[in-house]
Write a protein that binds this ligand. Sequence first.
Ligand code: PMP
Length: 285
Amino acid sequence: MPKVWIDGQLVDKENAKISVYDHGLLYGDGVFEGIRLYSGKIFECEAHLDRLWHSARAIRLDIPISRDEFRAAMQQTIKANGFTDCYIRACVTRGVGYLGISPKKCARPSVFIIADTIELYPKEMYEKGMAIITASVIRSHPNAISPRIKSMNYLNNILAKIEAIDAGVPEAIMLNHEGNVAECTGDNIFMVRSGQVQTPTTADGILEGITRKVVIGLCGKLGIPCVEKTLQRHDLYIADECFLTGTAAEVVAVTKIDGRPIGSGQVGPITRKLMEAFGRVIREG
Ligand code: PMP
């Protein structure tokens, strides 16, 4: 029976339950991380802990355990489930409160950690690339809930994801409040033009993806020019290549956007190079 770590206890999956009075459930008041374990090693562990702590700080939530305790709790969860490769979902909610939004009545934040498998997109899309659309729903305004916070309220992205599913594709691009490209519903977006890799900036209203950071680093190592710049949908339409990055998605090519083939309509050479380099990083550490 799979085990879930909840507030210091490992409990069977079927008994892993949170109170209906938890503000994580009532209001989406909480933060989380999605993390990968590769060959027994937590990938970019410190970067994920940094982002979790920053997200918590941004919503004025005090994580009730230390970073060391958090790391140990993740290790304990992995061990209890016997994984060497898996996806870890680490969540911190405001905790049990009452039926009003004030977090002041929530005595203690709750922490829970799930270790499980994940397959975001079908395998063949990693060979052939995927088609995506632009959603009509935009990414939240940075002065509302900053997209830099990995909060438990994903409705914004869920509405865009539903548009993708309705259109028969697995992902959707979300534009920001200025109409520029932000990211996809659970991944960051990159494009290639004339040999240069380009991706929206933090100021364009994105989650600062950890896979994004790793891929930018790989471009540096491979001598591929890479810039962070504001992109319009037009830039994507005329791009030579396009790909997405994310912890669950890893690196996956986009070959069609809004029905338009991108570049040759095939997985591009720079995308392939980065997919292979990323594969080496996760295999060899
Ligand atoms: N953007 C959004 C909205 C996401 O939810 C995610 C993944 N959770 C990403 C980007 C990719 O971030 P990371 O590479 O850290 O998983």
